[in-house]
Design a binder for this molecule. Structure first.
Ligand code: SF4
Length: 307
């Protein structure tokens, strides 16, 4: 389209980018370089297809997306002083899932891959079975019901709307001269000068090192942004699937470990670039994984000719 603004592919870092980099270098290349500009109306068909693949979701990812979106409404409602009743939250989730399924089944997502839900199964001509769907609905509803009894939600309810500082706001900070994206699920004050950072989890696995790192990264952002001493920060991992909460003290040494991790990860990513200054990557520097099991559920297996 004449006049369409050319977006520059600038290097930035996020915890999810690090996860994609660690899983498979070729997947990382497709995600952050190979599919770049695939949103353009004049994108070449191969490029457009990579962009569509990049935006696909597995069923567990979709479950997490729906829960996060509705929890955002629940906490957002609390922040505005009009708590959302649980039945309304469940209705929002059911409507959303129905719409998503239609967008995915009918292939409508191909028109707006970054806005409409496209499931990996449908893209690869695999049906999402009734059992999988039923399990997903039950899991989503269970997660949403557990939000209301979660300790962090109860704390926000007791302390009132003014205690909620941020709800899923995409923010950034700088590390080693690069932009780092963060989007804490919730930041709320629990007492004067004391902040709680909440991470909602919807998977069946219990507390992990990855979650601790994620919360520490949010801790660095919160300490910088709100001028809070790290000793006054706590991270709360609310596993809505299991109904468990894990509290992480975000002391200065925990934040320092996270800084070191981010710096090392940025260096590893940059070392594979053809031109780090201009953030130019060449596909040959990003080999396909030899762990074939990783390919089985991967969005890009068509591009890699792996199923
Ligand atoms: S299909 Fe396999 S090799 Fe290709 S991007 Fe996915 S995980 Fe990597």
């Amino acid at each position: 389209m004449p006049g369409q603004r050319e977006l520059q592919n600038q290097f930035s870092w996020s915890k999810s980018r690090d996860g994609i980099f660690s899983a498979c270098l070729r997947g990382y290349y497709y995600h952050y370089y190979g599919s770049w500009n695939g949103w353009r109306h004049d994108a070449a068909p191969d490029l457009r297809e990579l962009y569509i693949m990049k935006n696909l979701q597995t069923v567990p990812m979709w479950r997490g997306t729906v829960v996060h979106q509705v929890v955002q409404e629940i906490v957002g409602g609390l922040r505005e002083g009009r708590p959302l009743p649980v039945e309304q939250a469940l209705t929002l989730a059911r409507d959303r899932m129905q719409r998503d399924l239609e967008d995915s089944r009918t292939g409508r997502y191909r028109r707006r891959p970054n806005r409409l839900c496209g499931l990996v199964d449908h893209y690869y001509d695999k049906a999402v079975t009734g059992d999988t769907l039923q399990e997903t609905i039950v899991a989503v509803e269970g997660c949403l019901r557990r939000v209301y009894s979660a300790g962090s939600y109860q704390t926000m309810l007791q302390r009132g709307p003014g205690s909620i500082v941020e709800v899923e706001k995409l923010q950034s900070m700088t590390m080693s001269g690069h932009k780092v994206w963060v989007s804490p699920d919730v930041i709320a004050s629990t007492a004067a000068d004391r902040l709680m950072i909440v991470d909602w989890k919807t998977g069946a696995s219990a507390s992990s090192e990855g979650t601790r790192l994620q919360l520490a990264i949010y801790g660095i952002y919160a300490a910088q942004t709100y001028g809070v001493d790290p000793n006054q920060l706590i991270g709360v991992e609310e596993n809505l699937r299991l109904g468990e909460a894990h509290v992480h003290a975000l002391k200065e040494y925990v934040l320092e470990e996270a800084r070191q991790y981010m710096k090392a990860s940025i260096l590893r990513m940059q070392s594979l670039l053809h031109d780090p200054e201009r953030n130019v990557a060449l596909m040959d520097y990003f080999p396909k994984t030899d762990k074939l099991a990783r390919c089985m559920g991967c969005n890009f297996r068509r591009a890699c000719e792996r199923g």
